[in-house]
Design a protein around this ligand. Sequence first.
Ligand code: ADP
Ligand code: MG
Length: 207
Amino acid sequence: MNASDVASWIRHAAELVSADADRLTRLDAAIGDGDHGLNLDRGFRAAVEALPDDAPPGKVLIAAGRAIVSKTGGASGPLYGTALRRAGKALADADAVDAAGVGLALRAALDGVQDLGKAAEGDKTMIDALAPAVAAYEAALADGSGLAACVRAAAGAAAEGAEATVPMQARKGRASYLGPRSVGHMDPGASSTALILRALADVAGEG
Ligand code: ADP
Ligand code: MG
């Protein structure tokens, strides 16, 4: 992936988030405060505005992450912003990233979200989509798959991971205040993570 592929990913993620903003907000209305779609739509619009013209992939991600931190709000803003900034830092100043590099960036994003939010798998958060996505990506890479197959594996695992949050009881974030009443609803952040990784598969999953 070069800088323009990364920018295409952010733009496409913004489109998917915007198209699904009402659904994400409804999920958050069920177990949170009903702002997730709105928050993320605002954050990704800002990220698209902030995309630099002439910068390597890592710097594109850092710029997008900064914009998301400053404009998204809620718990998810700092978490997604950190994810993108850590991914960007992992890429340093390389002009192009291969499948292994994207894997390292995804792993760095996951580590960033966990350093900040302290959630583990099973807590009913975005980690329940992101962690299996990173694991699936790394497994595909270890099997010798190229970038396209790896990102498709990651997107599929994220979607399954989001579905798997439905029966979970939330142990982190606002939904945890509901205790057992958080059971039976998909976690909004896990759902948006699946969308963002779907966007990655859409732009890099051909071939
Ligand atoms: P808020 O809860 O502040 O209103 P949002 O509605 O934008 O923020 O985002 C809620 C999502 O943030 C949750 O669905 C969950 O996936 C994610 N989240 C909340 N706390 C954490 C955490 N500590 N670690 C990882 N993700 C979290
Ligand atoms: Mg909310």
